[in-house]
Design a protein around this ligand. Sequence first.
Ligand SMILES: NC(=O)c1ccc[n+]([C@@H]2O[C@H](COP(=O)([O-])OP(=O)(O)OC[C@H]3O[C@@H](n4cnc5c(N)ncnc54)[C@H](O)[C@@H]3O)[C@@H](O)[C@H]2O)c1
Length: 278
Amino acid sequence: MSSFIGKTLVITGAGRRAGLGEGIAQKFASMGANVVIGDIGKTQGEQFPEHGVATASEMELLAQDLEKLGPGKMRSFTCDVRVESEVEALIAYAVKECGSVDILINNAGIGYLMSPIVDTKEENWDAVLDVNLKGTFLVTKHAARQMIAQGRGGRIINIASQAAKSGFPHAAAYVSSKHALIGFTRTASIEMGAHGITVNAVCPNHVTTGLGAWQNTYFSELLGMTHDEYMAAMASRIPLGRPGKPSDVANACAFLASEEAEYITGEPMNVSGGEETH
Ligand SMILES: NC(=O)c1ccc[n+]([C@@H]2O[C@H](COP(=O)([O-])OP(=O)(O)OC[C@H]3O[C@@H](n4cnc5c(N)ncnc54)[C@H](O)[C@@H]3O)[C@@H](O)[C@H]2O)c1
């Protein structure tokens, strides 16, 4: 696959250890890209608790570790994807530090606010939709403006989910936001094709790190199973026999961002070991 030397990746929500974002950032760093991580960097009320969001120091350390993997510049920038002025500042920072924005991966997402619909607080619904959907819109808007101005195309990849295609209990806001991301991806791919910008989504099944680890604990407790029993039941539903890893998602992103994928756009690609068949 072609390398990303001389290209800059902006990736949101990659500030936490062991998250999908870290795995994706590592892959692109090792393939030569400059990597700019945008993440919220601080807790904020009950919707953004310590177990759910990256701290600014965690982001900085993660960016420093990326420097060991490749020749590119590795940077982190505090940005709440719900706030347009902060999103504009993220894109401007990437251009100032690295000279361009060539690849955007919208990875920031929250999925830990779980409850049945009848018990879901309006503030929790809004927080999930605001990060997962509005955040993707805002970062796409400003990154795409930059790509269009650069005049040499680009790649946008939205990290959706199996929950973009199937329903899951206790996750109505999350599932709704991820389904909507597919519609957003398809629309953006049509608008941006003329500029040589492809827009795709990746739909991972359950990855056992990051948000996935938190959900495993939530559901095993809810179902009265041990963690091991819950994980064994999950693996038994997956044709390839294991849950996903961050590297599975990272490999799919690297392909979609490569020159080899230049004719693929508007595609919600499953990375689910065969679990998701839609
Ligand atoms: N882990 C899984 O099983 C799984 C499966 C399918 C899809 N996903 C998706 O992958 C993406 C990454 O999730 P993860 O599992 O690695 O979890 P994670 O918690 O490690 O990553 C989510 C990141 O989003 C950041 N974030 C939250 N609110 C933000 C905001 N307002 N502005 C900027 N950043 C914000 C957090 O700080 C965190 O770093 C999410 O979009 C998630 O929905 C995860």
